[in-house]
Ligand binder design. Structure first.
Ligand code: UD1
Length: 338
C-alpha cells in the first residue's frame, strides 16, 4: 500500500511516517521544506530502517501537484498535513494562510477526485469548536466562528472536503480534530523543531528549561478553573500519529458509514498550564522559571476531548501519559540544544 504524506517532514507528519512504515506501508513524502529540515528523513530512516521517497514540492504550485499525481498513479491514500499553523502569523498575513492551507487542499482534492478510489485524511484542529459550552467536547458540539484566519482555514478545509465528498462517492475522507499535540519520538531521533520563538506552551517550556529563554510567561491565572490557569488536552504525538494509521486503515477497509467523517483526537483529560509546568518539573527534576502575566488574546478557558467516538468507531485511544510526553520532549530538547 502506497501512502502520500504531505508535510511529512514536519512535527506530526514525521511521526506519522514512522508509524506507517512500521506497519508496512510504503510512504512518499511531499514537503516544501518551508518549516521542516531535510535531515528529518535520516531520522525516519534511523528509526524504521527505511528511507521514504521524498519529493520536494510546493503544493501551491498547481502544475507541480498535477505532475506529481501523473507520476504516482498507484496511490492508496493521502494524509494531508502540509499547512501553516501559527495563529498570530495568520492574523498578520491572512492571505498567506488562505493560500497555504486552502489552495493546496483544493489542488490535492482535484487530483483525488480524478481517481477511481481515493482515501484522504485531513489535519484539523479542536480550534473549530472555539470555547465550547460543554466539557468534554463531543463531535456534536457546534463549530464556532473562527478566532483567527488559521482557525478559519481548518473550518473551511473541512467544509471543502465535505462538499467534495458529497458529489464524489469514490472519495472517502476523515478529518482528525487534534487537541494539543506535544512530545517527541521516544528514541529522541525526531521531534518538534520550532522556528524562532515558540508560540506553543511545551516548546517554550523546553527552551526555558535549557536556558534559551529566560522565563516562561503563564498567560493568565484568573480563569474560572481550579488553579486559575487555562486547561487543554495535551496528547503525545506518537498516540496522535497512531490515530492517523487507524483512520487510514478504516478508509482502506471501506468500513465507514458515510464517505466523510470527523473525530476528536485527544486524551480526554484536561491539564492546566500550572499542571503542565509542575509535571515537567517532577518528571525531569529540572527547575523552571515562570511568571504569571495577562491572558493571551483569543485563548479559550478550557478545551478537552470527549473521545468516545474515536474509541467506538476507530477503536483508537491514547496509551501514553502527559508524563511520557514531557519526558520524551525533554530528551529530544536536550539532544537538539546540546
Ligand atoms: C494553539 C492555537 C490552536 C492551534 C494550536 C496549533 C491559539 C489560541 N490556539 O493552541 O488553534 O491549533 O496552537 O499549534 O493560539 N501558554 C502559556 N505560555 C506560553 C504559551 C502558551 O501560558 O508561552 C498557555 C496558553 O495560554 C494556553 C496553553 O498554554 O492556555 C496552550 O497554549 P498553546 O500551546 O499555544 O496551544 P493552544 O493555544 O491551545
Amino acid at each position: 500500500m502506497k501512502i502520500v504524506v504531505t508535510g511529512g517532514l514536519g512535527f506530526i507528519g514525521s511521526h506519522v511516517v514512522v508509524e506507517l512504515q512500521q506497519k508496512g506501508f510504503e510512504v512518499v513524502i511531499i514537503d516544501n521544506l518551508s518549516n521542516a529540515d531535510k535531515n528529518v528523513l535520516n531520522g525516519i530512516a534511523e528509526i524504521t530502517g527505511i528511507t521514504p521517497v521524498f519529493e520536494e514540492l510546493d503544493l501551491r504550485d498547481k502544475d507541480s501537484v498535477v505532475d506529481f499525481f501523473s507520476r504516482y498513479t498507484k496511490i492508496d491514500g493521502v494524509i494531508h498535513f502540509a499547512a501553516s499553523k501559527a495563529v498570530g502569523e495568520s492574523v498578520e498575513n491572512p492571505l498567506l494562510y488562505y493560500e497555504n492551507n486552502l489552495n493546496t487542499l483544493v489542488y490535492v482534492l482535484q487530483e483525488m477526485q480524478k481517481k477511481e478510489n481515493a482515501n484522504f485524511i485531513f489535519s484539523s484542529s479542536c480550534t473549530v469548536y472555539g470555547q465550547a459550552d460543554i466539557m468534554p467536547i463531543t463531535e456534536n458540539a457546534p463549530v464556532k466562528p473562527a478566532e483567527s484566519p488559521y482557525g478559519n482555514t481548518k473550518q473551511i478545509g473541512e467544509e471543502i472536503i465535505k462538499d467534495v465528498c458529497n458529489v464524489t462517492p469514490s472519495l472517502k475522507a476523515i478529518a482528525l480534530r487534534y487537541f494539543n499535540p506535544i512530545g517527541a519520538h521516544k528514541s529522541a531521533i525526531i521531534g518538534e523543531l520550532p522556528i524562532g520563538t515558540p508560540q506553543n506552551l511545551v516548546p517554550y517550556i523546553m527552551q526555558t528549561a535549557t536556558g534559551q529563554r529566560e522565563q516562561l510567561s503563564v498567560f493568565g491565572d484568573d480563569y474560572p478553573t481550579p488553579d486559575g490557569t487555562a486547561i487543554r488536552d495535551y496528547i503525545h504525538v506518537v498516540d496522535l500519529a497512531k490515530a492517523h494509521v487507524v483512520a487510514l486503515e478504516k478508509l482502506l477497509k471501506n468500513d465507514m458509514q458515510s464517505n466523510f467523517d470527523f473525530f476528536n483526537i485527544g486524551t480526554g483529560k484536561g491539564s492546566s498550564v500550572i499542571k503542565v509546568v509542575n509535571t515537567f518539573k517532577k518528571v525531569t527534576g529540572t527547575n523552571l522559571n515562570y511568571k504569571i502575566v495577562a491572558r493571551r488574546k483569543g485563548d479559550v478557558v478550557e478545551a478537552y476531548a470527549n473521545t468516545t467516538k474515536a474509541k467506538s468507531i476507530l477503536g483508537w485511544q491514547t496509551e501514553l501519559t502527559l508524563e511520557d510526553a514531557l519526558a520524551d520532549a525533554w530528551r529530544w530538547e536536550q539532544k537538539i540544544s546540546s
